[in-house]
Design a protein around this ligand. Structure first.
Ligand SMILES: N[C@@H](CCC(=O)N[C@@H](CS)C(=O)NCC(=O)O)C(=O)O
Length: 197
């Protein structure tokens, strides 16, 4: 059985959402983490090398990093159709969005939040306005990042936008609001929120 190491209202919350979407048996192991406000502490039960969440354990296999966990779970449990499999023409876009989420989108928003300068030609990511241009162009073509098909990439991206939408970092647009609503109106999101703790 998949075990999710989870801290309430953190990046591991969206994996309860994904596990609920997958409809597989899983267990939640709550751990403490260090929070931005100085509360919390590293938990000896957490197998993450830096004491972070999310982490999953599948028997002897431990996976951490949101992108890796999303790919691991959607590859291992393909029946729910939440990640295009090898051979599917949408696989490339799926891998791209998962990697882009961690490698470009999160650093872009984090840099803006921390007021760090993003120097073109030096940083491996871009500013949020460029990210949002790409997101906007993608979502203009379909209700989800992969077009008609909802995927685990929407869970990562949609839940992140849910947090920031309407803040100075992510001004509201009709398109973004509609996208976030499509993601968070899913019944699995509500089930996950009830289990978040
Ligand atoms: N790149 C990681 C980031 C994980 C992360 O930073 N998680 C935060 C919670 S939202 C955490 O565990 N912080 C505790 C700490 O930094 O010690 C991922 O996406 O999985």
């Amino acid at each position: 059985m998949i075990m999710l190491y989870h801290a309430p209202r953190s990046r591991s919350s969206r994996f309860i959402f994904l596990l609920e979407e997958l409809g597989i048996p899983y267990e939640i192991h709550r751990v403490d983490i260090r929070r931005g406000d100085g509360s919390g502490s590293r938990d000896a039960d957490d197998p993450h090398p830096h004491g972070k969440v999310p982490v999953i354990r599948d028997g002897e296999t431990v996976v951490f990093e949101s992108t890796a966990i999303a790919l691991y779970l959607t590859d291992k449990f393909p029946a729910a159709g939440l990640g295009p499999q090898i051979g599917d023409a949408r696989r490339g876009a799926y891998l791209t969005w998962l990697a882009y989420y961690t490698g470009v989108m999160e650093p872009a928003f984090m840099s803006a939040f921390m007021k760090w300068e993003v120097r073109r030609g030096t940083a491996a990511w871009v500013k949020t306005d460029e990210v949002m241009e790409f997101v906007g162009a993608t979502l203009a073509k379909g209700p989800y990042l992969l077009g008609e098909k909802f995927s685990a990439a929407d869970i990562l991206v949609g839940t992140t936008f849910k947090l920031f939408l309407g803040s100075p970092l992510l001004p509201k647009t009709e398109l973004l609001e509609a996208y976030v609503n499509r993601v968070v109106e899913r019944p699995a999101y509500a089930r996950a929120a009830a289990k978040d703790g």
